[in-house]
Design a protein around this ligand. Sequence first.
Ligand code: FNR
Length: 347
Amino acid sequence: MTASLFTPYKLNDTLTLANKILMAPLTRCMADDDLVPTQKMVDYYARRAAAGLIISEATIIRPDAQGYPNTPGLFTPAQIDGWRKVTDAVHKSDGKIFSQLWHTGRVAHPHFFDGDYVLSSSAQAVEGTVPRMRELVYQTPKAATLDDIKQLVVDYAQAAANAIDAGFDGVEIHAANGYLIDQFLHHDNNRREDEYGQTPENMSRFALDVVDAVVARIGADRTAIRVSPGAYFNMAADPRDRAVFDYLLPELAKRNLAFLHGGIFDDSMQFDYLGGNISTYLRSVYTGTLVGVGSYTAETGSAAIADNKFDLLAIGRPFIANPDYVAKVRQGEAVVEYNDAMLAELI
Ligand code: FNR
């Protein structure tokens, strides 16, 4: 039933994946205090190298991108060296790995970088506290100036170049899940009145600026992006957001990126204003390679690929519970069920 997952998939002339199972990006908060990947992380990723492609846990592009403790970075020489150990180990086992490039925007906290403020599209706070650090209440962000935006774009491109330097096969730009880029793409957060706000074209501009800068630096074949057209995390939904993604997605398709990845925890979730679930909406407006994700099993994901709902399947929590997920699926063995207690340790 899952045999179709085990045929190779050619992303483009540069990259062919050995199978169609991707390991979804999974934040584990286990980098050291300088945000450098540890030996445990090297072993954790190497154990999962049988995935067609690993997408790394979200990795911050610069200090003020940080919103959670001990999330790895990709902006110091030590961090680049640390990641090189991870990519070497994955390559030694014939795997491939992309780095997920991250800035949390208004979900950052100055506690982590000893700063005065956090940046976002607009001065709209998200309610709540940093997970597991309840004393850290989210702040009203500073609306990024045009100079701030220019610098952010430069910093995304530099982080992409650092990823290649560290041996990654490419990058996935994290434009999903209510973080910085997504904060420009939804009306709940973006109240700007300049060329980065109000219209679909303007609200898409920051995302496309980042994509174009990254592509210019490392090439479209090695650049992917993750988006959340349906607001479900750190963001309130607004029916007007549909027009933003109706504009953005064909623009992304023109760029011939490696793939587009939906950002969602459960792909059966329906969004009225998108006319259904995330993967169906993305498939209807985006013509390139699409990665489906969100509470799939190998069986349901394989069936969705057979139905042409998407091309590749990303698996998250089951990969936390099963380092040998790919081998188990291939051999038809039962997989261990995930539970949150497993987050305490890297196995
Ligand atoms: C996530 N997810 C996530 N997404 C992302 O884009 N970057 C990240 O760093 C993380 N981190 C993360 C940590 C943990 C502990 C979980 C459970 C999830 C979301 C993840 O990539 C995926 O979309 C969801 O887990 C849904 O897929 P599964 O788990 O149902 O296969």
